[in-house]
Every structure is written in structure tokens, then in C-alpha cells.
Design a protein around this ligand. Structure first.
Ligand code: ATP
Length: 364
């Protein structure tokens, strides 16, 4: 039997509620099979760790999780700590330290969920957004001088490298090729940003030649927001820079019904390091500690984690359980207009996984 070693990092706010729920689902799944098991190690990094130690995670923290098969992450964000410290001190440290350069964000309207788009049928919205996760606007290059003086100046320099763009384009084309519609939209802003984004467009064209069976087009980032709302069915796989995709994927999550449902994977496609899976929502301090957080974004992230481990059938089983539960409105949490608790949704998903496994076990 294979044992997968999973690092759990709940982080802050509702991360502390949804990550244990995600681990519970993996445990329930493991009970239904003899082919794999999970060994969890939990890391208490985040805002509370910062208050005690002055850092979000220890200096040698990456070494503690380097040999894991995958990481399940919650969120980083604390009302008393500046956002750039919580973000750079934990999540980005892991993403960049492990060169998880492809951030993958599937979006669909799950059964039972009412999206805000009146004319959009659920089958019209089935996207995967690929976010460049290692450079661009979040390169961390820049500086501030003459602070507090009238001539104070500050820069955030967006850097794109040929190697960085080639690898994310290749990843996105390959992903588009693996999906039924074989359709990719490359998001750009090369009308206004006339250096790096022009190189981005040129490299998209070059890489496209390796994938003659993938249909692709280019769309300006501003126009793409309108297209997502007015013509959602014209999109399938989407690739964009770090900042553009960050914004578009929050829009995508809202169009699919709730931020509480959307998952993401920070992937090292070369598998040199563990990849990290997390719901896209943040710490949601307004509902933390009340047991009201929607764990579905974390469960869908667990599905992505299983796919990454190559456990494709198990991933399908968890997704079926998630969809059965979202289809039942009595199991909707507050963000979806319901009154269900995190614990109720988690118990229902675990019960479905266990029930669904019984016929399979008998058949074997
Ligand atoms: P951060 O600063 O860490 O990004 P935030 O609180 O500003 O966090 P989010 O947590 O991403 O932003 O979400 C905004 C709001 O959406 C929350 O305040 C909460 O009300 C709601 N929300 C987000 N995720 C969930 C969830 N999983 N379940 C229920 N409500 C959620």
C-alpha cells in the first residue's frame, strides 16, 4: 500500500477550520481503499506563529516540507499584520521556494449552485485559469526611497523572462490539449504594456506551433472581464500573468456562485518539489471560529491534490461526493444562502464517500 505524506498548513482565520475538514475527507477516502493511505503532518505557521516568533514560518520551514508528496494549505491573512507580510512570509515563500510556477484554477457551476449570471447555463461555464505564479507583477522587485518626504518614490517592477513565459505557455497549451474542447485564450495587455507583454504574445505564438490541435486566441485583460460575463461559453482554458489571473480568477469564482467553492493548485509541473493545494478564499475573519465556513473550496482542492498524486479514480469519487452535497440545498453554508455548518457539510461528504465505496468493495 502506498502512503502519501501530506503537510497540512491551516494558516489563519477559517483556514484553521477548512483544512482539518479537508484532512477528514482524505481520511474517509483512505478508509475505503487498500491501495493508499495518508500520513499527515500539521504545521502551525501563520499569524499566531508571527506573534510568537516574528516570522510567519521558520527560516528552515521549506526543509520540513520538502519531502512531502503534497501540501494542503488554508489561508494567510491577519487583521493585525500587514498583508504584504502575511502573503510574502508564508504562501509566496512556499510557492516561490518550491518554484510552483503554474497556479491552476478550475471554475464550474456545481449542481445546486445559483450563479449570478441569469443567461448562463451551468454547462456554459467550465473554465480552467492558469496563472503564472513565479514572476510578472509579483516578482518582488522594486523599492522605496525618500520615505515620508514629498519626493518619495516607489516602484514595483513587473519582470517576465523568456524561460518563465515559455514554461507557463507550454503548461497552458498542454492543459488545453488535454481538455475536450482543446481551446486556449491567452490574456494580454500588449496594447498598453509594450515590452514584456509583447514578448508574452510572441512566445504564445511560438509555443502554439507545438500544439497544432489546440485552437487559441488572444484577449486583452479588460475585454476579457466583459467576455467572461457576456460570452462565458467561448472560453475554456485561459492563461494570464500573475496579477491579471489573480483578478480574473476572483471574478470567475464569483460567477460560479461563491468564493467559498473555488479551489486552486500551485503546481511544480516538473515534480522537483511538492505542489500545494488551497481554497482561493482568504481568512474571512468575519466568520472565523463560528463553524460556518464553506469547506467545498478545500474539498475541491483535495480533488486536485489527488489528481496530482495520480489517484484519478479517487479524485472522481471525492468530486462526486462534493457535487452530491452541493446539489442538496439543505447542505448549503451561509455564503450560498443556507444555514449548514462546516461540520455538517464535511460529515455529508465523508458519508457519501463511504456509502459510494460499499458496492465497489462488494464487487471486488
Ligand atoms: P484575506 O485578506 O485573507 O484575503 P478576506 O477576509 O479579505 O481575506 P476572503 O476571505 O477571501 O477575504 O473573502 C471575503 C468574504 O467572503 C469573507 O469575509 C466571507 O464573508 C466570505 N467567504 C470567503 N470564503 C468563505 C467560505 N469558505 N465560506 C463562507 N464565506 C466565505
Amino acid at each position: 500500500m502506498k502512503t502519501y505524506r501530506i503537510a497540512t498548513i491551516p494558516g489563519d482565520g477559517i483556514g484553521k477550520e477548512v483544512v482539518p475538514a479537508g484532512a477528514q475527507v482524505l481520511e474517509a477516502l483512505a478508509k475505503t481503499t487498500k491501495s493508499f493511505a495518508f500520513e499527515f503532518e500539521n504545521f502551525d505557521w501563520g499569524g499566531d506563529y508571527y506573534r510568537k516568533h516574528g516570522v510567519m514560518m521558520p527560516a528552515d520551514g521549506l526543509d520540513a516540507i520538502r519531502d512531502k508528496d503534497a501540501i494542503l494549505f488554508g489561508s494567510a491573512g491577519d487583521p493585525d499584520i500587514p498583508d504584504h507580510i502575511t502573503l510574502w512570509g508564508l504562501r509566496l515563500k512556499i510557492c516561490q521556494g518550491f518554484d510552483q510556477y503554474a497556479n491552476v484554477r478550475p471554475t464550474r457551476i456545481l449542481p445546486g449552485i445559483d450563479g449570478p449570471l441569469k443567461r448562463c447555463k451551468p454547462e456554459d461555464l467550465n473554465w480552467v485559469i492558469v496563472r503564472e505564479n513565479s514572476e510578472g507583477e509579483y516578482s518582488g522587485v522594486g523599492g522605496r526611497v525618500h520615505q515620508g518626504h514629498p519626493l518619495e518614490a516607489a516602484t514595483d517592477v513587473s519582470i517576465l523572462t523568456r524561460a518563465g513565459v515559455e514554461r507557463i505557455m507550454r503548461f497552458a497549451f498542454r492543459l488545453a490539449q488535454s481538455r475536450p474542447r482543446k481551446l486556449l485564450t491567452v490574456i494580454t495587455k500588449s496594447n498598453a504594456q509594450r515590452h514584456a507583454m509583447v514578448m508574452w504574445d510572441e512566445i504564445a505564438l511560438e509555443v502554439s506551433k507545438e500544439f497544432p490541435d489546440v485552437k487559441w486566441d488572444k484577449e486583452l485583460v479588460d475585454a476579457s472581464t466583459a467576455r467572461m460575463i457576456n460570452r462565458p461559453a467561448t472560453l475554456d482554458t485561459i492563461v494570464a500573468t500573475n496579477l491579471h489571473a489573480d483578478i480574473l480568477s476572483d471574478l470567475a469564482a464569483a460567477l460560479a456562485g461563491s468564493l467559498g467553492i473555488a479551489p486552486t493548485g500551485n503546481i511544480d509541473p516538473e515534480r522537483r518539489f511538492p505542489s500545494m493545494f488551497e481554497p482561493i478564499h482568504g481568512s474571512a475573519f468575519d466568520i472565523m471560529g463560528k463553524g460556518l465556513a464553506n469547506p467545498v473550496g478545500t474539498f475541491w482542492s483535495v480533488v486536485m491534490l489527488l489528481e496530482h498524486l495520480g489517484e484519478v479514480d479517487a479524485a472522481k469519487r471525492v468530486m462526486q461526493a462534493v457535487e452530491a452535497v452541493t446539489a442538496d440545498k439543505s447542505l448549503h453554508t451561509g455564503d450560498l444562502g443556507g444555514t449548514a455548518t462546516t461540520a455538517q457539510v464535511t460529515a455529508a461528504v465523508c458519508a457519501f464517500i463511504e456509502r459510494a465505496a460499499v458496492p465497489a468493495a462488494n464487487a471486488a
